[in-house]
Design a protein around this ligand. Structure first.
Ligand code: SAM
Length: 245
């Protein structure tokens, strides 16, 4: 690829604690003259918050602000259309800098290739520009460490589930797993709680909010009886070690 074009860095920043940012990610930031990040309107976003103090002085900051999609149900085709248009436009903004020979660091909470928004511009730009992806400590890793209970023993099967799945899907998949991580709670919290309870897993489950960040909450799920949770939280069910069948 042309030497004059910039390089895109997907910069994984870990779950929140700045001490969990890797040296590779720090070096990628230092090598970039443009620092971009995704955020909701009016919010700084977790990735930019974690990167505080790591942005090179003089770097151009490029916030990529999501369209307001909260009023549109996720099942509405309009939701996906708006998001696709947004990612297309965001990719074009990044491409303008790359085309001009500037290295661009796109900040990512956790790991860039694990449910990360980074993947959308990455898939659009990867064949046109050089890309370096810096992996990050995942949110779930930060959360189970905050919980301090071993997560998988021996042949335990770990399942990662988005809380957005329908109730029946969640129930079926819970039956198959030994250890479970359920992400994307928010409005889905009570549904997920009910399914876990119906599968007699409540006593093994933990709730983690803002794992490794300021304001971290870690508690047994059974004690979380207020029926609500922010999006930035997860439920973890540690495995107990598979017994031979
Ligand atoms: C779009 S995914 C991003 C995942 C991220 N790329 C990673 O590697 O963990 C967002 C979900 O990650 C989970 N999450 C990530 N980091 C977290 C943390 N520090 N504390 C609690 N939940 C977290 C939440 O369930 C949230 O709904």
């Amino acid at each position: 690829m042309s030497q004059t074009k910039g390089r895109l860095y997907g910069v994984g920043l870990g779950p929140g604690d700045p001490d969990l940012v890797t040296l590779k990610s720090v070096k990628a930031l230092q090598a970039s003259s443009v620092v971009a990040w995704f955020a909701k309107r009016g919010k700084k976003g977790h990735a930019r918050t974690i990167a505080e103090g790591l942005i090179p002085s003089g770097a151009v900051e490029l916030p990529l602000v999501y369209p307001v999609t909260t009023e549109i149900p996720h099942t509405d085709p309009d939701y996906n259309r708006q998001l696709a248009a947004f990612y297309e436009e965001a990719s074009q903004h990044l491409a303008e800098h790359l085309e001009a020979g500037r290295n661009v660091a796109l900040l990512c909470e956790g790991d860039p290739l694990f449910y990360g928004s980074f993947m959308h511009p990455y898939m659009r730009l990867k064949d046109r520009y050089d890309v370096t992806i810096c992996p990050g400590v995942t949110g779930m890793s930060g959360c189970w460490t905050a919980n301090g209970v071993p997560m998988t023993w021996g042949d335990d099967v770990l399942m990662v589930l988005p809380g957005t799945l329908p109730r029946d899907d969640l129930a079926k998949r819970l039956e198959m797993a030994d250890a479970v991580v359920i992400m994307k709670l928010g409005k889905n919290f009570q549904k997920v709680y009910d399914v876990i309870e119906s599968k007699q897993l409540l006593s093994r489950a933990f709730y983690v909010e803002r794992g490794t960040m300021q304001g971290e909450i870690v508690m047994p799920l059974a004690e979380k009886t207020d029926g609500q949770a922010p999006y930035f939280s997860m439920i973890i069910i540690p495995g107990e070690g598979r017994r031979p069948e």
